[in-house]
Design a protein around this ligand. Structure first.
Ligand code: NAI
Length: 332
């Protein structure tokens, strides 16, 4: 039996992992806690470790895991910016991820955020629940009158373009490597600055990397249309959040919908309703009527959970049999 420690194991995914792994020689230890320097010792004696987006897998943690006998680390996510890939290679820890468990899940959620905020559906729902049927302040816009900019047309961005094409809006796209499928439905611009300049709605689908860190900062915001609608369902650190808060105050940013937040690791995925939130930037975001924040749930569909479990179990199986991993994390 290969021992597998599963960090950040939520109830909604444990059953799916167990079902998909049924019949495999794996013994799972499901841990509520996230992986970090303090909790890494819990994996001692586990040859394989599974993590999620807000677990810490930096050099110090990986060294601790390696010392405890871990030789395989799989992230149950499409992003792998939280893993020190060089350290893992040096320590002989094999890395796997889930590149495309369901781009549609994130793409559909992105459209959901645009429609919810653009038509004030969340506010309408709240009003009706307190028997307030007044429509004042609920006037929205129609997507057919908008130019939507899609930044990053990989797996998720391409699905977003396809879904948007049904709404009759003008679609602009930017990617370092344009995708032919997208050219049928959207017009590529040559620079991201052009995308910022001409979009009424801008949605981000690039990965977090040094070149995309704080992609949306004060300078980028300065190029955008007044009242621009920003959506981020990719990674929090694509936004310089304090700069976006300032732009919300001046109404430069007219709408903001985010499923991810730069400092989310100490907030998201847990019930903190009895805690005092100490992050003033995050707390300020929650005060704006034109901001929606969700807690990194864009991926969360039954389809996606099943695919995440299947790919992860396949990677564990390949590792346990010593064959090359079909979903190994690309080398840095
Ligand atoms: P992907 O790798 O298929 O596509 C990324 C695209 O960005 C590629 O086409 C690439 O050429 C482009 N790109 C990279 N750097 C760029 C730059 N500097 N400027 C312009 N384009 C650039 O990735 P996928 O599957 O579409 O996912 C995108 C991101 O979405 C992931 O990295 C992850 O961080 C995030 N994500 C968020 C989820 C959520 O629950 N909120 C769930 C899954 C993924």
């Amino acid at each position: 039996m290969m021992k597998v420690a599963v960090f950040n194991a939520k109830r909604y995914e444990r059953g799916v992992i167990e079902k998909v792994a049924d019949g495999h020689p794996f013994e799972f230890t499901f841990l509520e806690t996230r992986l970090d320097f303090q909790t890494a010792a819990l994996a001692t004696g586990h040859e394989a470790v599974l993590i999620f987006v807000n677990d810490v897998a930096d050099r110090a943690v990986l060294e601790k895991l390696a010392a405890g006998g871990t030789r395989f680390l799989g992230t149950r996510s499409a992003g792998f910016n939280h893993i020190d890939r060089e350290a893992a290679e040096e320590l002989g820890i094999q890395l796997a991820y889930v590149p495309a468990y369901s781009p549609n899940a994130v793409a559909e959620f992105t459209i959901g955020l645009i429609l919810t905020l653009g038509r004030h559906i969340h506010e309408g729902h709240n009003r009706v629940r307190r028997a307030d049927f007044n429509l004042e302040g609920l006037c929205g816009f129609e997507l057919r009158d908008m130019t939507v900019g899609v930044c990053g047309t990989g797996r998720i961005g391409t699905e977003v373009v396809k879904l948007l094409s049904g709404f009759g809006c003008k679609i602009l796209a930017y990617d370092e490597e344009p995708n032919e499928e997208v050219t049928l439905l959207a017009s590529y611009v040559d620079t991201r600055e052009e995308l910022f300049r001409y979009s009424d709605i801008l949605t981000l689908h690039v990965p977090l990397m040094p070149s995309t860190f704080h992609l949306i900062d004060e300078a980028a915001l300065g190029l955008m249309k007044d009242g621009v609608f920003l959506i981020n369902t990719s990674r929090g650190a694509l936004l310089d959040t304090p700069a976006v808060v300032e732009a919300l105050k001046t109404r430069k940013v007219g709408f903001l919908a985010i499923d991810v937040y730069e400092e989310e690791a100490s907030l998201f995925f847990e019930d903190r309703s009895s805690d005092i939130i100490k992050d003033d930037t995050f707390a300020r975001l929650l005060t704006f009527p034109n901001v929606i924040v969700t807690g990194h749930q864009a991926f969360l569909t039954q389809h996606a959970l099943r695919n995440i479990a299947e790919t992860t179990v396949q990677s564990l199986d390949e590792f346990s049999r010593g064959v090359s991993c079909s979903h190994s994390v690309p080398l840095p």
